[in-house]
Design a protein around this ligand. Structure first.
Ligand SMILES: *Cc1c(COP(=O)(O)O)cnc(C)c1O
Length: 569
């Protein structure tokens, strides 16, 4: 049997999506990007971890936007050139049939050369029937039946594949979101239905307060797929009325956490009676920094890529130098924009960026709430760049893309304001945007944003956040209010969820007019100083710090474990 060379791996990290590189399409958005950054930091810090995900032969989808309409194109990619085929094959049962699951290997390498193996499971295996080969065809676009099977492959298949690979020292199965919770069924088999033995070996991270983000499956469907292979107490574990994957994960884990402090509080309300810790998300700074700033940081703050706390020393960079460095990143974004859109932008104008999944709770069109007021404030001075994908079946989300595109025509004709919606959103475009705009806008409906990470990417690149106090920004703004601006009332204000949208929009216009625009055009030194406040926040909001918190509280690694810690938060 083939074995992964280091069998001292202690943690298995399960995630439905992992964004390894921008052009490997095994991710759809925030969850996958976070998983990728987690593994990048785990590799840098030499954490003994192995990751499991699925190998989607058609990925998510490639996005084209034509006249405000999102068109989804199937992704063509040759993953055999990126991954190495593992010889191991395991078997799973579905209904009254068996099917085979194979694996591919990708190695993520850290700063010191240490490698995290990522195992990508697929059912496109010789011997499987045609319909079975399609189980791992595409990410997040499946019938409930296919979805159950995908999650079965991830959870149960993952546990079996680890055994087949000879990884017998796994002490922690980390379910990154509830998708992998069927792994608990597989472990129950292994430990003769002793739930306590299983719980000792599992932890769970929940990622969203949006109810639709938690998978529920009809019990009839579950019984049809699993037949007599369900544990006796499956309803106690997963719910009486339907099978809730988050509940199953909570019941099968020794430790659970949300992804920002506020999100942990909200999650405890969603799942009363469970202890839910908070570990605030981060980003992998070296991966997300733009090349111009990286050059400056490498020169001025040597060693910063191993110890992100050193970013506290950002004050050593001069105002003029920092401004010029940012202008180069901005020019790069503008060059890209020029070759992908007809709208004329100007690199000397204050530029506001908004890019994330385009869906209702993110309120992507809030900025247009009072369009004439916006027009007057921004006339000839401010321009906007939008990007982001809508889920293929989210018609409302796609409607927002159309609205933004219509606004673009109107504001251009009436106020000489450039508004662009760029298609083909992926990590490469995200990187260009978070480093090339001046202000990063985020205005979700309150308590719907678990953490959000794009704002952290902006911060690292010296881009100032302009955001509703939700998710990570509650903490970011509290640590340093000079790193950006807050939109609307504070998170503890009883009116926070009762205000109509127009309250937030009004506050947004006022701050834009009175604070942001004047500072940008009249006080370049003041702006540059604020950029340093932003960059300094990244000494905390990064995945090195986050991974160390998981290591201590979640994975319970002991100090003897090989693990390069140098941090003290
Ligand atoms: C960072 C990132 C996200 C997540 O952004 P949020 O602010 O958390 O919504 C989504 N997609 C891509 C491509 C990203 O790089």
């Amino acid at each position: 049997m083939f074995q992964i060379s280091d069998d001292e791996r202690k943690i298995a990290y399960f995630s439905m999506e992992i964004a390894m590189e921008s052009d490997i399409p095994t991710y759809s958005g925030g969850l996958g990007v976070l998983a990728g950054d987690t593994l990048r930091s785990a590799a840098d810090l030499e954490i003994p971890l192995v990751a499991i995900t699925l190998c989607y032969d058609s990925g998510y989808f490639f996005q084209e936007v034509v006249q405000g309409r999102q068109i989804e194109r199937e992704v063509q990619w040759e993953f055999s050139s990126e991954f190495e085929r593992l010889p191991n094959i395991i078997e799973l049962d579905i209904q009254d049939k068996k099917f085979k699951v194979g694996g591919w290997l990708y190695k993520m390498q850290g700063e010191t050369g240490f490698e995290i193996p990522i195992i990508l499971l697929d059912s496109n295996i010789e011997g499987n029937e045609h319909w079975q080969k399609k189980f791992t065809h595409i990410l997040y676009d499946a019938t409930p039946f296919q979805r159950v099977v995908q999650e079965m492959i991830l959870g149960m298949g993952g546990v079996k594949m680890l055994q087949s690979l000879g990884l017998h020292n796994i002490q922690t199965h980390h379910m990154n979101e509830g998708h992998a919770a069927f792994g608990i069924f597989e472990l129950l088999k292994k430990y003769k239905n002793d739930l306590e033995e299983v719980k000792k070996r599992c932890i769970f991270t929940t990622h969203t307060p949006v109810p639709a983000g938690h998978d529920h499956f009809n019990h009839d469907l579950i019984r049809d797929v699993f037949r007599d292979r369900l544990p006796e107490n499956y309803k106690e574990l997963g719910g009486e009325y339907d099978l809730n994957m988050s509940l199953l994960a909570l019941n099968g884990s020794r430790y659970c956490n949300g992804v920002a402090q506020k999100h942990a509080v909200v999650s405890r309300k969603m799942f009363p009676g469970y202890e839910i810790d908070g570990i605030t998300n981060g980003i992998h700074n070296r991966f997300w920094v733009n090349p111009y700033l990286q050059h400056v940081l490498d020169d001025r703050i040597p060693g910063w890529t191993m110890n992100y706390q050193l970013l506290q020393n950002v004050w050593d960079i001069g105002n003029y130098e920092l401004w010029q460095t940012h202008q180069r990143a901005k020019k790069k974004l503008m060059d890209y924009e020029k070759s992908h859109s007809w709208v004329l932008l100007d690199e000397n104008k204050l530029t506001i960026g908004f890019a994330r999944r385009i869906t209702e709770y993110k309120r992507p069109t809030l900025i247009f709430d009072q369009v004439e007021r916006l027009g007057k404030i921004c006339k000839k001075r401010v321009q906007f760049i939008f990007a982001g994908k809508s889920h293929p079946r989210d018609e409302q989300g796609k409607g927002y893309i159309k609205q933004i595109s219509d606004m673009s025509d109107y504001l251009y004709d009436s106020y000489d304001i450039g508004v662009v919606f760029l298609g083909a959103y992926d990590m490469d475009l995200a990187k260009l945007l978070v480093s090339g705009v001046d202000v990063w806008l985020n205005n979700p409906r309150r308590y719907m944003e678990a953490s959000g990470t794009s704002g952290m990417k902006a911060t690292l690149n010296g881009v100032l956040n302009f955001s509703v106090l939700d998710g990570w920004w509650i903490e970011g703004y509290q640590k340093d209010p000079m790193a950006g601006w807050a939109i609307g009332c504070g998170p503890e204000d009883p009116k926070a969820t009762q205000h109509p949208d127009s309250w937030d929009a009004s506050d947004l216009y006022t701050k834009l007019e009175r604070e942001i625009i004047p500072l940008y055009y009249n006080n370049r030194d003041g702006w540059s100083e604020r950029m340093k406040h932003a960059i300094r926040l990244s000494s905390y909001f990064n995945t090195h710090r986050m991974v160390e918190e998981y290591a201590l509280r979640g994975w319970q690694l002991t100090p003897q474990t090989r693990w390069k810690t140098n941090l003290d938060y």
